[in-house]
Design a protein around this ligand. Sequence first.
Ligand code: SF4
Ligand code: SF4
Length: 310
Amino acid sequence: MYRIRFHGRGGQGIKTASRILGTALFIEGFEVQDAPRYGAERRGAPIFAYVRADTIPIQERGVIHRPDLVVVADETLLAITPAQVLEGITAATVVLIYSGHPESWWREQFPHVGRIIVLSPIAEHPGGIPAGAFCAGAAAALLGEVSEEALTQAVEEELAAHDPELVLSNKQAVMTAYAAVANYHGQVQSGPPLTVNETQPPAWIDMSRDAVDIAAPVIHAGTTSCLVKTGLWRTRRPVIDKEKCRRCLQCCAWCPEGGIRVGEDGFPVIDYEHCKGCLVCAAQCPFKAIKVIPESQAKEEQDAQAADRK
Ligand code: SF4
Ligand code: SF4
């Protein structure tokens, strides 16, 4: 059985990627399961989806704990332990990372991972196409079980409700990624059946009680406990432009995390420990006073400022 786990963030098309791959495998005659797992679905939150495919009826259910292929659409998740991107990998697992870093760089970061393949961001498809589309195409190629025709048909079926131009651009993106990893065609091996131990229900673990400040947190505003650092989810950062800001404070009201307070000068102040990067504030600001920059750029600027202060 092939067991494939996709990891990405809300908004990257991870659910659609798993559906495209699952449908393509189904067209090729496989028995298939595909399902997303969101938790609290929000743009920017870590999510995963999984696909099982076999030539016989699939009896396994639930989350894949021993994947044959792990697809990482957002490389920043690899630094977040709770995202469990590398959970259950074995020496035979292929880890596909959508990243601008070369494979040699990733091998230095994760020397214990047996097989890493990098899908470089594809320049001729700038913006607009979610990472999930590229990952679906590359994953199909790595399995070696999906023809170009089946993959194209799967994209058409899964995106049938969308604008024809969007379907076409996604088809092109999927096929470009499929071709980009052609050298690795069929690298993923179908995994063996689970052992008896692996199919046993988990033993319950008695855990000590949480401290009262976690078990009964004081929710000051919005929907998230102050103790949950949702700032880790962010891939893009909203930044208040004080030149344009009129201090109307609509952004404070709209932020679903209660993550914008009013500063002493009356301007809004974003709490970056809890801002999850949903960008509702930027969309709602009537004066276009909230610019959006990639989180990586924000970190570089912070580092440069820190170096200047020394
Ligand atoms: S909504 Fe825009 S203009 Fe109003 S306070 Fe927020 S940033 Fe400033
Ligand atoms: S500050 Fe803006 S981007 Fe951050 S959580 Fe609030 S609304 Fe979303």
